[in-house]
Design a protein around this ligand. Structure first.
Ligand SMILES: NC(=[NH2+])NCCC[C@H](N)C(=O)O
Ligand SMILES: [Mn+2]
Ligand SMILES: [Mn+2]
Length: 381
């Protein structure tokens, strides 16, 4: 009886948490072979190596109808001079605009979407397109980096380090308000300290060529980071001043992945159940597990920590779009290193979509009663 009770409890927990029963009918896969958000070549091959590692078969094995929409093709402007320090603004602007349209259509058609990058600048298009269909979405950004540099704070000029800055409403609103206040009010001492920081530190997102289509759409309270361990000074300033919720690797060391994931999900879901956008940068993992990536940082997620996060995201029943970005087969030193990274990406995606470590994928309807006694004994061992 003990076993029966235990299994029924598992089944009920799944039903309550929305795991299995709320599974989407269809998953769409969309490749975005794009690399101009950073300077290393090779990340445009991410979609191919992730597919070659068996993504579609794995998802089909999870009982989904899988629609592979293939790869987007991007058009490259002949001339794309840097704007301020920012490299390839028109190229990235056009690519992310195209991606946003494709994501919006896929979500509008009722698919749960998996977007394969490509570098993380694609996040601008992916989240923006998702937000067109689901304006109340929340974003879980799993990454070694905060990717919230503005064109002015960016140390590299690479747009893959800046996508979140283009999404945040507060970042622009606050800058605008502080500037207006400053002009209206002649005495600088009257500027509150919080605004003062915004006046004197360049956090404004200027209108870059190629980006006129993006209007900030995300409130910082609907965003949470997990896995941070390489945050630039300007990014730290933005995270702190906007009060953005984030969990660094140190937080995971202190609190454990269970607690971190619980608080992270609570942060974005407690006020309201809403569609989740999971933006997963493979460099969140330790480089020993994911060596084939352009900006590796030591001290990353273990395999089990990464998979735990995605299992819990799946258990909410609210995953709507996920990005898997920054898998770069040209950076991996050996073929084995590339295959390990790509196969890790497949594991993360499959786990986000319901693959479990306990093996059973269906809700248990009936337990053969004659076996109860034997199994209970085994359980006691
Ligand atoms: N998506 C990434 N891998 N981003 C890395 C960003 C690195 C650095 N913070 C920059 O802005 O250039
Ligand atoms: Mn990263
Ligand atoms: Mn990133």
């Amino acid at each position: 009886m003990a076993l029966r009770g235990h299994l029924i409890k598992i089944a009920r927990t799944r039903a309550l948490t929305g795991g299995q029963p709320s599974r989407a009918q269809s998953v769409a896969v969309l490749g975005a072979p794009f690399s101009q958000g950073q300077k290393r070549r090779g990340v445009e091959h991410g979609p191919k190596v992730i597919r070659d590692a068996g993504l579609i078969e794995r998802l089909s094995g999870l009982d989904y109808a899988v629609h592979d929409f293939g790869d987007l093709t991007f058009h490259y402007p002949e001339m794309d001079e840097p704007y301020m320090n920012v490299k390839f603004p028109r190229t990235v602007g056009a690519a992310t605009k195209k991606l946003s349209g494709a994501v919006s259509r896929a979500v509008g058609a009722g698919h749960t979407l998996v977007m394969l990058g490509g570098d993380h600048s694609l996040g601008i298009g992916s989240v923006a397109g998702h937000a067109q269909q689901c304006p109340d979405l929340c974003v879980i950004w799993v990454d070694a980096h905060a990717d919230v540099n503005t064109p002015e704070t960016s140390p590299s000029g690479n747009l893959h380090g800046q996508p979140v800055a283009f999404m945040l409403k507060e970042l622009r609103d606050k800058v605008r308000r502080s500037q207006v206040r400053n002009v209206e009010d002649d005495s600088s001492t009257a500027v509150p300290s919080q605004l003062y920081l915004f006046v004197h530190v360049p956090t404004q997102v200027p209108d870059l060529p190629g980006f006129s289509w993006v209007k900030p759409f995300l409130s910082c309270r609907d965003l949470v980071y997990i896995g941070l361990r390489d945050v630039d000074p300007g990014e730290y300033h933005i995270l702190k001043n906007l009060g953005i919720q984030y969990f660094t690797m140190r937080d995971i060391d202190r609190l454990g992945i269970q607690r971190v994931t619980e608080v992270a999900l609570d942060h974005v879901l407690a006020r309201k159940q809403r569609p989740i956008h999971l933006s997963f940068d493979i460099d969140a993992f330790d480089p020993s597990l994911a060596p084939a990536t352009g900006t590796p940082v030591n001290g990353g997620l273990t395999y089990r920590e990464g998979i735990y996060i995605t299992e819990e995201v799946h258990n909410t029943g609210l995953l709507s779009v996920m990005d898997m970005v920054e898998v770069n087969p040209v950076v991996g030193s050996t073929r084995a290193a590339v295959e390990a990274t790509a196969s890790l990406a497949v594991d993360v995606i499959a786990s986000s979509l319901g693959q479990t470590r306990e093996g059973a994928h269906g809700v248990i309807d009936e337990i053969p009663s004659t076996k109860d006694h034997v199994d209970t004994e085994q359980l006691c061992l």
